[in-house]
Design a protein around this ligand. Structure first.
Ligand code: SAH
Length: 216
């Protein structure tokens, strides 16, 4: 599941430039029981299997014995909702673990004793944490200095400054009568900047008004 997201485009470039390293660990390799099982029935009944404590604890404890981690993150629909502020903060971290759940989730004791942060990518349920982990990784890695070729471009993305990006256009200036706003062709830097800021606010008010009310 990680081959696509981690082996192409920006993440691939970050890895090849030595700006990010990603290691995948298969929990099953740490299962001590003879069937190498990593899940079991839920105590108290109910549908769905639960990921067992032992393989996860052994895997994470081994990693922790090798280096220090800024956070040990569990991807979970009831975690803190991922937003750009958190992403900006976490992009400065040296090492993180992203634990991906499956089935009904992981045994609660891992969350109580090992996990330091829980992140949700949205109010909906995925079948596993991998896609959430790939999203978290992508959002962090693209902010590492040197990863994006035009470094300022990340700063002008939506949600930086709690604003949505203004609309963008490229050539041709007139596509069968669909025209680019005149101001963008005017060459007047001051007017262009003013237009971009105004449009950013307008879009934010229209589409995501809650961003303007969020506390810093
Ligand atoms: N029973 C759980 C859902 C389990 S889904 C519940 O109701 O909360 C299986 C796994 O997918 C989870 O353990 C988690 O790692 C991952 N996952 C599902 N939805 C997610 C989301 N919105 N954000 C982050 N991870 C998610």
């Amino acid at each position: 599941m990680f081959q696509g997201p981690f082996d192409h485009s920006i993440i691939r470039r970050a890895k090849s430039k030595g700006l990010a390293e990603i290691y995948l660990h298969n929990i099953r390799d740490y299962a001590s029981n003879k069937h190498k099982s990593v899940d079991d029935y839920a105590f108290g009944g109910g549908s769905g299997m639960v990921m067992m404590v032992q393989p996860i604890a052994d895997c994470i404890n081994k990693l922790k014995s090798e280096r220090t981690y800024d956070e040990i993150i569990y991807t979970s629909p009831d975690g803190e909702l991922l937003n750009q502020k958190t992403v900006n903060h976490m992009s400065g971290y040296q090492n993180i673990i992203l634990l991906c759940g499956h089935y009904k989730g992981i045994d609660e004791r891992i969350r109580e004793h090992i996990i330091t942060k829980e992140i949700s990518i949205g109010n909906y349920v995925l079948s596993g944490g991998e896609l959430a982990a790939a999203i978290i990784a992508d959002s962090l890695i693209r902010l590492i200095p040197g990863v994006l070729s035009d470094e300022t471009s990340a700063l002008s993305d939506s949600f930086q400054d709690d604003l949505i990006s203004p609309p963008v256009y490229t050539r041709p200036a007139d596509y069968n009568g669909w025209k680019v706003p005149d101001v963008l062709l005017s060459g007047n830097e001051k007017e262009i900047t003013k237009w971009k800021i105004e449009k950013g606010y307008e879009r934010t008010r229209e589409r995501r008004p809650e961003l303007l009310n969020e506390e810093e």
